[in-house]
Every structure is written in C-alpha cells, then in structure tokens.
Design a protein around this ligand. Structure first.
Ligand SMILES: Cc1ncc(COP(=O)(O)O)c(C=O)c1O
Length: 468
C-alpha cells in the first residue's frame, strides 16, 4: 500500500513545541510517536513538503529528521522515505471502564472481528424513523408491554425475513430480544426446563456463546468443522444432545457455508431425535459474489429456532435481535423472558420497525454490502501482493476473512501487531477446548475500521505479516 500525502497531511497536525524551530519540531514529532499518534512504520512527508506546510526552511525539517533518525525514533531508507521506526514505543491511550477501571489500551488500528463499521450507522435515517415512529405510537407503547415484542416490529420482520432470508416467519412466531446472546440465554433456559442435558456447538465459534449455554447448565460438546461446515452427520452419535448451535450461512469464524448435505443431515437428526437446531444468522445479509444463502429454518420451521440480529447490519449497541420459533416454543420462551427481563425497549423496537417499513434498512444494508465488498477485494488484493503463499478463506460473505499463517507464527504475529498498535485476533482463540489442533491463522475483521481508518489498518496489517 502506498501512503497518500493528502490523507497523511490532513492527519499530521504537527505544531513545533518549545523554543527553536528545529528542536520544537523534534519535540512535536517525538511526542506524536510516544503517544501513538504516529505509529511505527508510518511514512512521514518529505522534508520539502513538511517545510512548505509549516512555512519553515527545508533544511530545518531535514535536520530535525536526521537527528531523530540518529536517536532511533525514525528510519530513513533510499526509496522508502522517512518512517517512524519499528521499535519506537507507540501505546494507544488507555481506555477506562465503568468506575475508572483501566480496561485495555485502545489500538490505533482495529481489525478485530465482530463489529460492523460503526461510523456508518445511519444516524439521520434512524432519527427520522424515530420521529415518525414515536409520533405515531399509542400511549400504551410507553408502558409495561408484551415480552414477545411490539407487533409493529414483528409484522415488518416477518415480511423482511421471508423476503430477504427465506425464513418461514409469521409475526406470532417472532420474539424480540436484546441481542443474539440474550436469545441464546433464553433458549438455554428453555432447554434446561425441558431437561435437555447438552447442546452441541461447532468446533470453532465464540466462547461467550458456549459459556452462556454452559451457565444455564448445558454441556457443550463440539462438532468438527471442515471446509463444508459443521459435520452434522455426527449428531446422531452424541449422547444427551437435544440441540445444536450452528452458523449455517457463514460459519463463524471459518467463513464456509454449511453444505446442503450437512443442512439436510442436521434437519434429519432434529426430526428423528426431537432435537432443536439453533440457527445463528448473524451476518446473513452480507454475501458478495452471489445471492445470500437462505436460512436453514426454511427447511423445517418446527425444528429450527432462527436467530437474527441488528448487530452486524446496523450496530451492536442497539441490542436488538429476533428469534423465529417453532410455534410450540413461543409461550415457553416468553415465560423465560418475561420472568427475567420483561421486555426489550419499545421506542427502539418501534424505530427499527419504521426503518424497515420505510425501505431505509434495505438501502443501508445494500450500501454497506458494497462498502464491505470493496474492502474485501482490497484485502484480498493486498494479501496476494504481500503474502502470496498464505491462503485467505471465508471471503464470500460476512465482515471478516481468515488468513492462514505458517505453523507456529500465530502468537508472534499478533504480538507484533499489538506492538504496532494494530488489534488482530488469532484463529485459535475460537477453537473449542475439545477440538483437534488446527492450523494457525488470523481472523481479520475488515468491517471494523471506519472508512477513514481502513487504508491505514490494511497497511498496518501488511507490515506485520511474516515473510513467506
Ligand atoms: C457468531 C456471532 N453470532 C452472533 C453475533 C451477534 O451477537 P449479538 O446480537 O448478541 O450482538 C455475533 C456478533 O459478533 C457473532 O459474531
């Protein structure tokens, strides 16, 4: 990746500190490196351009650069200009959690999977929808309400999910919840009340989801995942398993869609054993090269609990998600929900309903699909150039991709990235404790950075990859 002077110049904001132009400039550059504003590897503008920008003589800048090179803050190489030295310390500012607890240092670049581009949240459309929805809302909408969720939202979701995801969804089967994690917790409780002892999970997935199920008292044995998705044919042999949690459209994190034979095997198992499939459709809207893979739920709505979320399509901070349930489960889930947290916030439910009904939600998803597809293409292109021998997979859909690394390098690459202010996630972090050892890799969340941060994040990634 080459640096753009225009982008760089806009971000630099160097103001000489103290007396003397040369030493003032040196102080300012040291400070920018020390605080992480200029990360290791960042290319500085040429001495001529910075001199013009600051209105000082070119020699002043050239001398300051030369001294900082001698001190080890910068490096200068023929052809690649002057850069911030790799070993210069560049900590991000500390982030404080509730009560002033220091949580972690905020990275300068973030390619962690799990988040959409938060800078793209459709604020204006959300505000317009909120105004319309709250103006039209009956007084009762502001009182204690039905744990199942507002009918306005359930009605539009039923149409949207049937149209966009192939879900068989009448509003009477839908329960609104506060994020997928909430829906999964409710299902864990319902399964335990039904005396189910175990829920199988994929051998790669989020530990938070496994832990939530375990907290409700369920065992979580794992199903191996390969290039066709979870090996659902093994469900029959698993003792005590009454449910299975799957990510059929886009396995998290490996990125493969569940093969049609494996989908059929999961449904056959559920029918013959009376088990339930918990379908996590967390990013089903984002598929780039062909039509999205339809939801598994359409194959048997009485055996599949479909769970969707606004966390990827809009923002995780909304805490809005939906479950489409087999008819016989609706009351049990509402009982578990009503006795626990009662209901999800009505104004947000009404706003989302209005956003979907007005077509603004579809427009937003379409625009984001284009944005993420462009980033996906740029990532693949940059990796083909920088790391042609490492395989990139899981790129057909979603907001993340998996980059295979040479054996034994996963930890050191993530450490090198942290050192340079780049947050990256290891593939092994998602492996189930009972899973067979697997390949080394990175799970690259290309959806996470803002538009303005994306090029820098990609550049930083390319710099930390090992040589093939
Ligand atoms: C695999 C997977 N499922 C579900 C979710 C959504 O979770 P929630 O709706 O609780 O934000 C995520 C979000 O990162 C995810 O990665």
């Amino acid at each position: 990746m080459t640096d753009s002077w225009a982008a760089f110049g806009a971000d630099l904001h160097i103001e000489p500190v103290g007396t003397g132009l040369r030493s003032g400039l040196m102080n300012a550059l040291r400070e920018a490196v020390r605080t992480g504003r200029l990360t290791p590897g960042t290319r500085l503008p040429s001495s001529r351009m910075l001199a013009v920008d600051l209105g000082v003589a070119r020699n002043t800048v050239a001398d300051a650069y030369a001294e900082l090179v001698a001190e080890g803050w910068l490096t200068a190489r023929q052809g690649s200009g002057t850069r911030v030295a790799q070993r210069a310390d560049a900590p991000g500012p500390a982030v404080r959690g509730a009560g002033g607890r220091q949580v972690r240092r905020r990275p300068v670049h973030n390619l962690m999977p799990g988040s959409p581009d938060l800078s793209a949240f459709p604020r204006a459309e959300w505000l317009k929808a909120a105004r319309r929805a709250l103006t039209a809302a009956p007084d009762a909408a502001f009182g204690y309400d039905d744990p199942q969720g507002r009918s306005e939202l359930r009605n539009v979701l039923a149409d949207y999910l049937a149209r966009a995801r192939g879900v068989y969804a009448g509003p009477e089967r839908i329960v609104i919840c506060s994020g997928f994690v909430h829906g999964l917790t409710l299902m864990g409780k319902v399964l335990r009340r039904r005396e189910v002892r175990a829920a199988a999970v994929e051998s790669y997935g989020l530990d938070i989801h496994r832990n939530l199920l375990a907290d409700t008292g369920l065992r979580t044995p794992c199903l191996p995942v390969d290039e066709l998705g979870a090996r659902t044919g093994k469900l029959g042999g698993a003792p005590g398993v009454g449910a299975v949690l799957l990510t059929p459209a886009h396995q998290f994190p490996t990125g493969v869609p569940l093969h049609p034979d494996r989908r059929a095997a999961a449904v056959d198992w559920a029918r013959s054993s009376g088990g339930l499939i918990l379908e996590d459709d967390y990013d089903g809207e984002f598929r780039y090269d062909r039509q999205p893979v339809g939801a598994l739920q359409g194959l048997d709505p009485e055996r599949v609990v479909y769970m969707g979320t606004a966390s990827k399509s809009l923002a995780p901070g909304l805490r809005l998600a939906w479950m489409v349930l087999p008819e016989g489960l609706v009351d049990e889930v509402c009982d578990a929900k009503g006795g626990f947290d009662w209901m999800s916030a009505a104004p947000d439910q009404l706003t989302l309903a209005e956003l979907i009904a007005s077509g603004a939600y579809d427009r937003h998803v379409r625009a984001m699909r284009l944005r993420y597809r462009r980033r996906r293409d740029q990532l693949v292109e940059a990796l083909a150039e920088r790391a042609p021998d490492f395989e990139v997979s899981g790129i057909a859909a979603g907001l993340h991709a998996v980059l295979e690394l040479p054996e034994g390098t996963e930890q050191s690459v993530v450490q090198a990235a942290t050192w340079q202010g780049l947050a990256l996630e290891r593939l092994s972090r998602f492996r189930h404790q009972d899973a067979a050892p697997g390949r080394d890799g990175l799970v690259i969340g290309y959806g996470t950075p803002s538009e303005s941060g994306w090029a820098g994040a990609l550049d930083a990634l390319c710099r930390v990859l090992p040589q093939a």
